[in-house]
Every structure is written in C-alpha cells, then in structure tokens.
Design a protein around this ligand. Structure first.
Ligand code: PAP
Length: 312
C-alpha cells in the first residue's frame, strides 16, 4: 500500500486546482481527482490483477453508479439470492458496500470482493477511473459496463453532492470548474469518449449504457446487460416476472426507503442518503439557466463531434 509520505510527495508534484466536491483537485494522467482516491488509484495500477470473470462498472461520478451497482449485483447473484428473498443483501447493505470502488480498496481487500475464495469466481467492482489510467489487465481480461448520463443532470447531481464540503461552493463556481474539466475524473467529456471508443472497438468487452435508457426501457436494458455479462435471462426467468422483481428491488423508491440507505455514512463524512436525491431525468431544468444549459450542450457537441456519440 502506498505510504503516507509518498502519497504526500506525489500530491505536491501534481497540478492543483480548487475542487468541486473537495477543497482541492489534483491532475493525474490528464484527469482530476480528490486527494483521497489517488493513493488507491496508484495502488491498483501497480498491484491489481484483473480476472476474466471480473465485471467493472465504470462511470463518471453522479451518472447513476449506485443504481447500476445494485442492478449488476442483483443480476449476477440472482441464482444464489432471489430478488424477492427477504434476506437479500441489497436490503441490508448499501450498493457501494456490495460493489466497492476499486480505487478506494486496499490491495489486501481486492480478493474479498468475491463471495467465494475460488479464484475463478466473479468479482464486481465499481470505478470512476478513465480508460487511460485503468489498470491494463482490466482492459485486457475483464468486461466493462460503462454508464453515462445527460451531462447537465450529471453536473446538477454533482453540485448537490457538495453539501458535505466544510466550505460551501456556489453553483456558478462549480459550473465553471466543471466546464473547464475540473471535476472528479473529469474532463467528463474525455471520460465518456474514452469508453465510447472502447465500446465501439470491442463491443464484446465494453457495454455502453445510458441512465435515460435505463429509465425509459428498463426491461430491454436489463436484458442487454444480462446478455453482456454472460447471464442471459432464461424463458422461465422471463415468465416468472424476475425482471420486474429486479427492477423493483433496485428502483429509486425501493432503495432509498431502506433503513441502511437512509442512515449511516458510506465513508468519513459522506452519508449513505446522499446517493439518493431525486433520481429524475431532466432535473437540470430546475437549477441551470438557459445560458448554462446551452454552454454545456455546446461543449458536448464540440467534444463529441465526429465520434458518432450524441448526447444533447
Ligand atoms: P456516485 O457516482 O458518486 O456513486 P451516483 O450513484 O452516480 O453517485 O449518483 C447519484 C445519482 O443517482 C443521484 O441523482 P440525482 O442527484 O439527480 O437525484 C441519485 O438520486 C441517483 N440514483 C440513485 N439511486 C437511483 C436509482 N435506484 N434509480 C435512479 N436513480 C438513482
């Protein structure tokens, strides 16, 4: 594990800016990070060995990570644990406990992510790491599910996530930093494009998903996801209503009402309930001016031009 002194040395050598969710952000390999996730990122670059059966859910923060962590967990474990089981782990643990972020784990914890000590068993990790910095073995060996969300909604969600900061940040200040790319794992456009390109080049290894499609057509997206992870729904599962049961278990209402998600902290000062705000598509309209919205759309169009990816 990276020693405190080397972490401090590294931070002092990196470009630094004011952060949105933390006091400062540091630029490492072209992307911005809160100081607490950098040592873990470097540890996993040096020490993490991916396995063929591992599944990674990668997102830019506030793209629906918590939701899809729950869905992936329920899908992967549906034989051992039926979504209607009153003892289902998702009823007692926050999705971030069941599907931890790779860059927040200590190297000694990598193996504990599986329910089994068998090295061929699947592990599910979350991550906000961009393609360029992802440990090479993940790209080579594992399957990656990438989830993105309308960038205006992602920004608004991120802004609300700043409530745990000791010194508040204004919407305008956060917006300017975000547009300049200074947000966790930002620039968000480069983050999304990196995985978009991977998904086009290697569709068997990288699945590109959207929050809005999960909202509009959850059954179709669940089938897509189940197929991609190598666990397609059988006719019997389809007929039994299993898809509806998974959708209900992982819904905003389902998860946000649970005691475990209403109370307690995920890490240090970040409360579990801060991952469940409104879960509404288009909520940006309640917070952004028309100028702000069109500025974000314009950056998005310019950045994605020629990539085949459309998000506005
Ligand atoms: P993370 O990347 O920091 O883990 P993430 O889970 O992506 O955070 O962001 C939380 C967002 O997902 C919140 O969006 P909002 O601020 O626009 O409301 C949260 O409400 C939403 N969310 C959490 N769980 C669900 C769910 N089950 N269904 C839909 N949206 C959800």
């Amino acid at each position: 594990m990276m020693a405190n002194s080397s972490a401090e040395e590294l931070l002092s050598s990196l470009p630094r800016e004011e952060g949105i969710t933390s006091a400062y952000s540091y630029q490492y390999q072209g992307f911005w990070y809160a100081p607490r996730s950098l040592p873990g990122l470097i540890d996993c670059q040096n020490q993490f060995q991916a396995r063929e059966n591992d599944i990674f859910l990668v997102t830019a923060p506030k793209s629906g990570t918590t939701w899809l962590k729950a869905v992936l967990y329920a899908l992967m474990n549906r034989e051992a644990c039926h979504p209607q089981d009153p003892a289902h782990p998702l009823l007692k643990q926050n999705p971030h406990q069941l599907v931890p972020f790779l860059e927040i784990l200590k190297p000694t914890e990598y193996d504990s992510v599986s329910n089994s000590s068998d090295k061929s068993s699947s592990r599910i990790f979350g991550s906000h790491i961009p393609t360029a910095s992802l440990p090479k073995s993940i790209i080579k060996e594992s399957k990656i599910v990438y989830l993105c969300r309308d960038i205006k909604d992602t920004f608004v969600s991120l802004f609300h996530f700043t409530s745990h900061r000791s010194s508040p940040i204004s919407l305008e200040n956060a917006f300017n930093l975000f547009c300049r790319g200074v947000s966790i794992s930002g620039p968000i456009w480069d983050h999304i494009l990196g995985y978009w390109k991977e998904s086009v080049e290697r569709p068997d290894k990288v699945l590109f998903m959207r929050y809005e499609e999960m909202t509009d057509e959850p059954h179709a997206q669940l089938r897509r996801l189940a197929h991609f992870i190598g666990k397609p729904f059988s006719q019997e599962e389809e007929n039994s209503g299993l898809l509806d049961q998974i959708i209900k278990l992982c819904s905003f209402d389902g998860l946000s009402k649970l005691e475990v998600n209403k109370t307690g902290n995920w890490i240090s000062n970040v409360r579990n309930d801060s991952f469940f705000r409104s879960g509404v598509v288009g909520d940006w309209k309640n917070y952004l001016t028309a100028e702000m919205a069109s500025k974000l759309d314009q950056i998005t169009e310019e950045k994605f031009h020629g990539s085949g990816l459309y998000m506005t």
